[in-house]
Design a binder for this molecule. Sequence first.
Ligand code: HEC
Ligand code: HEC
Length: 236
Amino acid sequence: MRHTRRLFTSLLALLVLAGLSTSLALAAPPAQDPEAGKAVWGEALCQKCHGEAGEGMWAGPLAGSDKTADEWITQVRSPRNRMPHFSADKISDQMIIDMHAYLTTLTKPESFALADAGLAADAPAGQQLLVDKKCVACHGTSGPVGGFANRGETPTVEAVLTQLRTPRNNMPMFMAEQVSDEEAGLIAEFLASQVAPSALPATGGSGPSAWGLGLLLLGSGLLLAGLAFRSLKVRS
Ligand code: HEC
Ligand code: HEC
């Protein structure tokens, strides 16, 4: 009898404890860690558009943001306008919450002006799109051409679209609302004009660089011969 009563009271105590801890867990907001957020901010690509200290650059400032962490998560997962989408396997909700906690410790800048890429008014349409669509923040005004040139490939619409809709590595995703198929075509056209044909690495041994090296060797040979001849003359 005594045993059952003791068992009953301990069970009751356990139940009360369990209830208390779940209600505490429910009431507590998700932990926000500004220190962790600072580290994430340093590595995440958000700063490419929003500025190193969230002061704004190719997109508006985030320092001293008056939006909530939930509003940030919504913007990252289903962005308005020109911002690309970051999936949870690239930037988790917790990372966004922590970055929000860090950025809100910083002071909101008093004024802000969008960065100017300095393109000429008659720059090709595809290059202007690189700026309008914010590709410039990560790829500069020539666009992502280095990899294509190294591989000896001409950038195609398919290659650009594949990277936009199913990006490799860390690139965020640009859906049709941000960059249409047609716009991707204009971008590809500009990239191709940057890569092919002169910028493509020469194939086969005796490209222009081999000729250059040959001329250089010939030139220095002549110079040495000249010097030797002069010292001979001086001596005689
Ligand atoms: C390619 C550029 C780009 C990158 C990278 C980028 N953003 Fe943005 N972001 C924008 C643009 C453009 C807007 C403005 C959208 C609009 O309202 O037109 C914006 C808006 C926002 C807003 C809304 C601000 C407000 O006050 O309404 C938040 C929050 C935000 N970005 C967070 C982030 C975070 C977090 C990351 C990194 C995971 C990130 N952004 C990466 C371009 C970018
Ligand atoms: C927030 C940074 C960021 C932005 C903004 C961005 N990219 Fe990228 N992009 C990357 C990264 C990172 C890679 C991967 C580089 C690699 O694979 O070595 C990449 C790769 C690419 C590639 C593949 C290059 C290759 O060698 O195959 C293409 C094409 C590309 N981006 C196009 C675009 C276009 C078009 C835009 C604008 C609509 C854009 N990117 C905006 C970060 C960005």
